[in-house]
Write a protein that binds this ligand. Structure first.
Ligand code: PGA
Length: 256
């Protein structure tokens, strides 16, 4: 009997929305999902809107997440944001190692690992992103790439492996309108689960929630999330519109 894993759907708003727009979107999503308890829902606005979105969703079941953080606790790191600062804004989750951070801002696996360890020490639950490029997929290197990213990004987490969420985001599917076929996603997710089993043991692997990300939309979310090892979604573009994000979350409700 496979383990039940509650689905988790997160909206990654990236570098979009003013504070007023973010507040309005968060309020609208909260209204749309007021009755939904069967899926964990996370909103990840830009840093500037974390406070306002936190206020807009307070008292409900939607949780707040950040899109990045720095690994040091405090000090002379101009422009950076610490885990404690995020906790102070009532963030519970933080996205780490997103491919846009890896590509544009030099976040290596080692950097991601440092951030993951600091996040866990600070009681933030990291959503750790991994995924292959198109060239790597076409060269048959997908499994190898995912394994290397997982082993390095999730090194030395001690007793905290159970608090990690992994997001499988094939780089070629992000923002491109190309989605992994459900079977492709399932294969990658099953592989990720087996690698995490080797790193952290089968109990952790069985409970690990693995989100799929990359052009998730209202019309493909249900099929993707019905795959055995797909435990939710990390949604970019379609999370910027209340109606499509609400529909995606609803697609994750069991037997809905
Ligand atoms: P997308 O982004 O849904 O716009 O493809 C996903 C992500 O980058 O997390």
């Amino acid at each position: 009997m496979a383990k039940y894993r509650k689905k988790i759907v997160a909206g990654n708003w990236k570098m979009n929305l003013s504070i007023a727009e973010a507040t309005e979107l968060a309020s609208s999503v909260a209204r749309g999902l007021a009755e939904v308890r069967e899926v964990d829902v996370v909103l990840c606005p830009p840093f500037t809107a974390l406070g306002a979105v936190g206020d807009a969703i307070s008292g409900g079941s939607i949780k707040l997440g950040a899109q990045n953080m720095y690994w040091e606790k405090d000090g002379a790191f101009t422009g950076e944001i610490s885990a404690a600062m995020l906790r102070g804004l009532f963030c519970r989750y933080v996205i780490l190692g997103h491919s846009e951070r890896r590509t544009h801002f030099g976040d290596t696996d080692e950097v991601v690992n440092r951030k993951v360890r600091t996040a866990l020490e600070s009681s933030l639950e990291p959503i750790v992103c991994v995924g292959e490029s198109l060239e790597q997929r076409e060269a048959g290197e997908t499994n190898e790439v995912l394994e290397a990213q997982l082993r390095a990004s999730l090194a030395d987490l001690g007793a905290d492996y159970g608090k990690v969420i992994v997001a499988y985001e094939p780089v070629w599917a992000i923002g491109s309108g190309l989605t992994a076929a459900p079977a492709q996603a399932q294969d990658a997710h099953a592989w990720i689960r087996s690698v995490v089993g080797e790193i952290a043991g089968s109990e952790v692997a069985d409970s690990l929630r693995i989100q799929y990300g990359g052009s998730v939309k209202a019309d493909n979310a249900r099929e993707l999330m019905s795959q055995a090892d797909v435990d939710g979604a990390l949604v970019g573009g379609a999370s910027l519109e209340s109606r499509s994000f609400v529909e995606i979350v609803r697609a994750g409700v069991p037997n809905d």
